[in-house]
Write a protein that binds this ligand. Structure first.
Ligand SMILES: [Zn+2]
Length: 330
């Protein structure tokens, strides 16, 4: 079984994706047949509230971080874009009722059967005008929020901030609102100071949905040992991601397994999880070009010396426990 803490399913259709999710589309990184083959049971489906754009300053900053040219995004009507994406997920659920379920309650998770559960996750709180808007999105089905994407916003500084102001007062109120509702708070893409301040102020442990270990591969998107330690101490998880610049060289499951071992060493056996970023990245680790092949990562962790039970916890157990604990408030 696999829990994937990050896939950009909705964005595939927002950007004009044209193949139904029920087809095993050649070259597509995730769809229903591939989830089945990869034994994926639960996915955080991203609601990424930005639109593609070109801005040379932002492109230059991202090029440095991702190690390759990548287009920027613009903050045009982020709330409207978020609502459009949520509608896409609703449509997917209606079109594929036997295969998909947007999970809104603990009972939804426990009664999935053979359906794949989707947890709606907002990646960048630009979509919220103020902390109180979280309740509106909660009522629309959102159960997880990433404070920022790569841009600073009114709630927190981002990993690409040129002036790390941490978590703002509005950000603190947002984290408190999330705690009250049991909404997961994700620090992937947030700045180091915003992550630290959230980890020390949140009632419920936050998590990193898709990031690797910074001491294995230095990168603004990766997590420092101090933050891994604190995340583990608080009962949060770090979803290991398949992004090339986060894994480093060689771009292989074996290299990613060294990140997993490091997370166990620094954060404890309950800290590492999986957050691939399939459908949100242009390349993938050797031999794992789509989600049906994630089992190769499990194999690589065992070959690298992790006990099979711990490898299973990375693929499934740790994230499942983390989500289940919060879902009792949903
Ligand atoms: Zn991301």
């Amino acid at each position: 079984m696999v829990v994937d803490l990050h896939e950009d399913i909705g964005y595939y259709y927002l950007m004009g994706g044209s193949v139904p999710l029920s087809e095993d589309a050649r070259g597509r990184q995730a769809d229903i047949p591939k989830w089945r083959e990869g034994k994926v049971s639960l996915v955080l489906g991203s609601v990424f509230p930005l639109l593609g754009s070109l801005n040379q300053r932002k492109i230059a900053a991202m090029e440095k971080m991702y190690g390759r040219w990548s287009p920027s995004s613009s903050l045009v009507s982020p709330r409207d874009v978020a609502i459009e994406l949520i509608k896409i997920y609703y449509s997917l659920e209606k079109m594929h009722q036997k295969d998909l379920k947007i999970v809104r309650t603990l009972d939804d998770i426990e009664s999935l059967g053979r359906r794949v559960g989707i947890v709606l996750h907002i990646e960048g709180c630009e979509a919220l005008g103020e902390p109180e808007d979280l309740e509106v999105f909660f009522n629309l089905g959102v159960r997880s929020i990433g404070l920022t994407w790569n841009y600073d916003n009114k709630f927190a500084a981002s990993c690409l901030s040129t002036k790390d102001y941490g978590l703002t007062g509005e950000g603190e109120a947002l984290v408190a609102a999330a705690d009250k509702l049991g909404v997961l708070v994700d620090l992937s893409h947030a700045s180091p100071r915003a992550s630290e301040e959230t980890l020390s102020s949140a009632e419920l442990p936050p998590f990193f949905s898709h990031s690797d270990a910074a001491s294995i591969q230095p990168n603004q998107r990766n997590v420092s040992d101090a933050l891994i330690r604190e995340t583990g101490r608080r009962g949060g998880v770090v979803g290991l991601t398949f992004i090339r610049s986060c894994i480093g060289n060689p771009f292989t499951p074996t290299k990613l397994a060294t990140h997993a071992k490091h997370l166990v060493k620094v954060g404890g056996a309950a800290a590492p999880a999986l957050g691939t970023d399939f459908l949100g990245m242009s390349s993938s680790p050797e031999g794992m070009d789509n989600v049906s092949k994630v089992g190769k990562f499990r194999r690589a962790m065992i070959d690298a010396g992790l006990p099979a039970g711990q490898a299973d916890d990375v693929m499934h157990g740790n994230a499942y426990r983390f989500i289940l604990e919060r879902s009792s408030r949903w």
